[in-house]
Write a protein of this length. Structure first.
Length: 329
């Protein structure tokens, strides 16, 4: 698989990443092992996880597979910290230095490794001074516990503020290498501010849910399959927003393009986001080896310009910045 630099850094990652959101809950140890083996055999290197996935079980499972199945040096392990299991929506994130560094040590213990290749703040914490959060990232790098750092779910101004603070603060060694945000043909909101900021700052984008939460595979075109996430009690609300009429029109366009190219809708959707400017590696959360093999088969596909432009048009975001007509003033 082709390798890409993550932003303007020396860190190279496979241009498709493997996500582990379902590990420890919907994906057991044997299924996880098969996923890692298929991914590694295809030349994949980037495996993305988080301390809260499966209540820590995802990191633990990945740690059990290291060395036994795949050499540690062959994987780029990315994890996240900052999310907390608090029912209060105002206390779901903790970006304090104490919490983050404690969470990192716990992640390293579960993973059974001395360092992670990419450590990411899972979300912006408005209750903690940003400089304190960023100091934790710097400490992680200077102590060797993380080789590179990044953020996830930061909006445009938050990303720009964080990167600017790092550039201005004396003695700061860590620089943001990546930012993770949902991005697909069904969710192009990052193009408004996050992606332009990332491109300007040299921060690589790692799109999550690049298949539109599974909807872009076409599996929901004629209903909700019984074995799908849309039929799952805890994941149905995650899928439901992308089952409306606007999404359906995009899915049909993807299916038409797939028919014309003799490939699958998933391949078309994944190739589209993979090759967008600023994208380093879409993170695919396959639940089975069969799903992962299907996603990895996109490696040899590059969309023709006319198809790419047609998909750009049909999925263009509706909400744009208002144009000011100065002639009326």
């Amino acid at each position: 698989m082709e390798q890409r630099h993550l932003g303007r850094t020396g860190l190279r990652v496979s241009r498709i990443g493997l996500g582990t959101l379902s590990w420890g809950r919907d994906t057991d140890e044997h299924e996880a092992a098969e996923l890692v083996k298929v991914f590694w055999d295809a030349g994949g290197t980037l495996v993305d996880t988080a301390d809260v996935y499966g209540g820590g079980e995802a990191e633990y499972l990945l740690g059990q597979l290291l060395e036994r199945l795949v050499p540690r040096r062959d994987l780029v392990i990315a994890t996240k910290a900052g999310s907390v299991p608090d029912p209060d929506p105002d206390r779901r994130f903790d970006g304090s230095r104490g919490h983050l560094l404690s969470a990192l040590d716990a992640s390293l213990a579960r993973l059974g490794t001395d360092y992670v290749d990419l450590w990411q703040v899972h979300a912006f914490d408005s209750r903690t001074p940003l400089e304190e959060t960023l100091q934790a990232l710097d400490i992680a790098v200077t102590t060797g516990r993380a080789r590179y750092v990044g953020v996830a779910n930061f909006c445009g101004w938050q990303l720009a503020k964080a990167a600017t603070w790092q550039l201005a603060a004396p003695g700061t060694r860590a620089r943001l290498a990546g930012t993770q945000m949902e991005y697909s043909l069904l969710q192009r909101g990052v193009e408004r501010e996050v992606l332009p900021a990332a491109l300007d700052l040299g921060v690589g984008l790692l799109p999550s849910s690049p298949l539109g939460r599974g909807v872009l595979t076409g599996k929901y075109r004629h209903g909700v399959p019984a074995d799908s996430r849309g039929a799952s009690g805890h994941l149905a609300p995650f899928v439901e927003p992308y089952l409306d009429g606007a999404a359906q029109r995009i899915v049909e366009a993807v299916a038409t393009a797939a028919d014309g190219l003799a490939v699958t809708p998933a391949q078309v959707a994944l190739a589209w986001v993979r090759d967008r400017p600023g994208v380093a590696a879409p993170v695919v959360g396959a639940r089975t080896a069969q799903q992962l093999r299907a996603a990895l088969s996109v490696e040899g596909l590059t969309l023709p310009d006319e198809i790419r432009r047609a998909l750009d048009d049909v999925s263009a975001p509706v909400h744009r910045y208002p144009d000011q007509d100065w002639s009326t003033l």
